[in-house]
Design a protein around this ligand. Structure first.
Ligand code: ZN
Length: 328
C-alpha cells in the first residue's frame, strides 16, 4: 500500500468548495545555498527583518531575524506548478476577458481562468466575479539565526533604468557603486505550509511544487538557490503552531548554554532538532493531531520522486484533478 493510500481517509474523495477541516501541515527547512537577495537587486533596499524574542523563555532577549514573506514563497512554488500545467495545456483562458487575442491564465494579471489547478488550489479573485480562497496557507518565515549572523553586504554597480549596467545614452559602463544586503549560504529558515481540504492528487501537486522549487528571492540575475527539506508532516483538524514558535523552540535547543547557535550548522543537526520540537509543540495543540512517523515521510518522498520521474503519470494526475473541477 502506498503512503497516499494509507492516509486516504484524510484526503477529500473529490473536490469540494466547503470547509471540511482536514489539514496537512508540511514542516520545511529552507536552506539557502547561494547568496540570496530577497529584494530587487541593486535597489539598495535592506532585507526585511523583525525584532522578535530569541527563544521561548519569558526572559529571553530580543533579536532581529530576517523574514521571507509568505507571498514570495508561494509565488515561486506556483510558478513551478504552472510550468507543468502549461506544458500539459491545462491553463485555460477566461472567456469573459476583453483582451484581443485573449491571453491564457497568468499569475499577477487580471485574467485568472478559475478552472486550472493553480487557480483552484492557490486561489484567485476575478474582476468579473468568481473567487476561490487559497487552500495553501502560509506565513512569513523567520531565520533561525539572528540577522547580524546571516546577513552579508556587497557592493554592486548601480543599474540604469533599462536594467543594464551600461548607460543607455553614452554606452559607458556604470561607475556608481551601491551596497546590497544578502542572506549568507547555509542560513536556514523554518517554515510550515498548511494545506486544507485537498484531494490526494491536489496534495501531490502541491508537495511536488515545494520539492521542485529551487530559486527564491528577487527576480533578477542572481536569485538565491534554496533547498527545501521536509522534516515532518502532520494531519490535523485545525491549524498547528506558527513558524515563529517553531523557530524559537528549535533555537532554544540548538544554542544550549551558548548565547546563540553556531553558524553555519549542519542541515542534519537542525533537521533532528526541528523534528524533535514538533512532537512537543503538537502536544500543546487543542485538536486532533497525527504526526506521520518518519518512515512514512521518507516513503512518501520516495513515492513523489518516482511519480515526478514518470511524465505520463504526472500528466494523468494533472488531467484527472483538473477534470474534477466544476465546469471542466
Ligand atoms: Zn487558472
Amino acid at each position: 500500500m502506498s503512503i497516499i493510500e494509507k492516509y486516504q481517509q484524510h484526503f477529500l474523495p473529490e473536490y469540494s468548495n466547503y470547509p471540511h477541516g482536514r489539514y496537512f501541515s508540511i514542516f520545511l527547512l529552507r536552506k539557502i545555498e547561494s547568496e540570496a537577495i530577497f529584494r530587487t537587486e541593486g535597489s539598495g533596499e535592506p532585507l526585511s527583518r523583525e525584532f522578535v524574542h530569541a527563544g521561548t523563555k519569558t526572559d529571553d532577549e530580543i533579536i532581529q531575524r530576517v523574514v521571507i514573506s509568505k507571498r514570495k514563497q508561494t509565488a515561486v512554488e506556483r510558478r513551478t506548478g504552472r510550468e507543468l500545467l502549461r506544458k500539459n495545456e491545462l491553463l485555460f483562458t477566461d472567456p469573459k476577458q476583453k483582451a484581443n487575442p485573449p491571453s491564457p491564465c497568468a499569475l499577477n494579471r487580471n485574467n485568472p481562468c478559475g478552472k486550472c489547478m493553480d487557480c483552484m488550489i492557490y486561489g484567485y479573485a476575478a474582476g468579473g466575479g468568481g473567487a476561490q480562497k487559497s487552500r495553501v496557507i502560509t506565513d512569513d518565515a523567520f531565520s533561525l539565526h539572528p540577522a547580524h549572523t546571516i546577513i552579508g553586504t556587497k557592493q554592486f554597480n548601480a543599474l540604469f533604468d533599462t536594467g543594464t549596467m551600461r548607460d543607455p545614452e553614452s554606452g559607458e559602463p556604470s561607475t556608481s557603486i551601491g551596497t546590497d544586503e544578502y542572506v549568507k549560504p547555509e542560513a536556514i529558515f523554518l517554515d510550515i505550509e498548511t494545506i486544507k481540504d485537498v484531494t490526494a492528487a491536489e496534495f501531490q501537486y502541491i508537495l511536488g511544487n515545494i520539492l521542485r522549487s529551487t530559486r527564491y528571492g528577487a527576480i533578477s540575475s542572481r536569485i538565491g538557490k534554496v533547498q527545501n527539506q521536509i522534516v515532518g508532516i502532520a494531519l490535523s483538524d485545525c491549524e498547528l503552531v506558527s513558524n515563529l514558535e517553531w523557530t524559537q523552540a528549535a533555537y532554544d535547543i540548538l544554542r544550549g548554554e551558548a548565547d546563540e547557535p553556531d553558524f553555519p550548522l549542519h542541515l542534519e543537526t537542525v533537521q533532528q532538532v526541528a523534528a524533535q520540537t514538533l512532537t512537543a509543540l503538537s502536544e500543546d495543540v487543542v485538536g486532533s493531531v497525527t504526526l506521520l512517523p518518519q518512515a512514512d515521510v521518507e516513503a512518501l518522498l520516495a513515492e513523489m520522486k518516482s511519480l515526478y520521474g514518470d511524465e505520463t503519470a504526472v500528466t494523468n494526475l494533472l488531467k484527472t484533478a483538473t477534470s474534477a473541477y466544476p465546469g471542466n
